[in-house]
Ligand binder design. Sequence first.
Ligand SMILES: Cc1ncc(COP(=O)(O)O)c(C=O)c1O
Length: 380
Amino acid sequence: MFESKLPNLGTSIFSQMTALANQFTAINLSQGFPEFDAPELLKKQLNHYVLEGVNQYSPSSGVPRLQQQIAQLAKRKYAAEIDAMQQVTVTSGATEALFVAIQALVRDGDEVIVFDPAYDSYQPAIELAGGKSVNIALQAPSYAIDWQLVASAINNNTRAIIINTPHNPSGKTLKQHDINALKALVAEHDLYVISDEVYEHITFDDNPHLSVLSDEVLFARSFVISSFGKTFHSTGWKMGYCIAPAALAVEFRKIHQYVTFSSFTPVQHALADMLEQQGEHVDELSEFYQQKRDVLSNALKDSRFTVLPSEGTYFLLLDYSDISNLSDIEFCHWLVEQAGVAAIPLSVFYQQPSSDKVIRLCFAKNEATLLQAAEILCQL
Ligand SMILES: Cc1ncc(COP(=O)(O)O)c(C=O)c1O
C-alpha cells in the first residue's frame, strides 16, 4: 500500500463541479475562469515571439524586461521602489509562487496562520513543507478578521501569516486597520507574510487595493504574489510572479529553480509588450468587472437568494437559506443537476466546514451568460 503524503486530499471541488457542469450542460459559474479571451495584442505578441524563435529557457528569475515592467507597475500603482532584478521573480502561475514561498519559509514543525475560507493550495503546500496550518474561520456575511483572535493563535512555532486581498471567495478587501493590525503582530512576533494579491486590479466602488508593497516595513518581511492569468484573462497560461525583499528572493529563487527553473519564455516577452504598450488594460479592469458584478447582482434582486456584498475579485456569494435546508454541497449538486447552474459550496474552503448556507458564483462571464443563469436562479 502506497503511503500518501496528503491522505485527505481527493479531486478538488472545482474539477468536480466543472465535470458536472459539462455532464449536465449546465451554465458553469463554478470554477474561476473568464469566458472571454485574452487581449488581442497579447495573443499577437505571443504568436510573434514563438514564430521568431524566442523559444529557449529564459533566465531562471524571468526575462529582464518583464521583471522591469512588473517593478514599474508596482511603482505606478503602489509607489513601491522595487529592484526588478533582485526582487521580482517570474513564476508559472501564482500557484507556483505560493508553493515556492511556502517551501522557502516553512520548516519542520512551523505553524502558518491561514484564514478560512481559504484558497485550496495553501494547506497542502504547508503540509508538504513539514508545517501545520492554523486555520482561523471568518464568518459570513462580513468575513472580517478578528485580530485579537489572530494574536491568541500565535505561539513560538508561528512562522507566517497568509493573507489574500481581494479575497477569494468572499470578495472582501482588507482595510487600513487590518494592515495596521497585521503589521503590529508581524513586528511583535518576528513573523513573515505571504500576501496573495492575485485579484489586485479588481476592486469595486472606489475600494482601494491595499497592497503589502505600499508599506515598506511590512514588505520587508513579505512575499507578495500576483497572477497574470487574472489580470489578462489568460488563466490557462499559468503566469505569475513573486516580489520579495532581496534576502527572501534569494531563498525563493533557490527553490523556484528546481521546481520549474524558468517559465514559458515567449509569453514573458508578450506580457512585457502588453504592460509597456497597453498599461490601461490594468486600470480598466475594475470597471470592467464591476459592471459584470452589477449585472448579476441586479438580475438576482428579485430572487430568494440573499446577495452578499462583493468588494473585489470576480466572485459573488449568495446565501440560499430562504430556498433550501440542504447542506451547501448537496445544494450545489442539486443546482447543477436539476436547475442547470454550477456553483461552488463555501464549506469546501474551510478546514472545519461551516454550516453557512452560502455558495460562490464566478461572474467573469459574458452578460448573456450571467442573465441566463440569473433567470434560472430567480425561479428557485
Ligand atoms: C486566491 C488565489 N490565489 C492564487 C490563485 C492561483 O493563480 P494562478 O492561476 O496564477 O496559479 C488563484 C486562482 O484561482 C486564486 O483565486
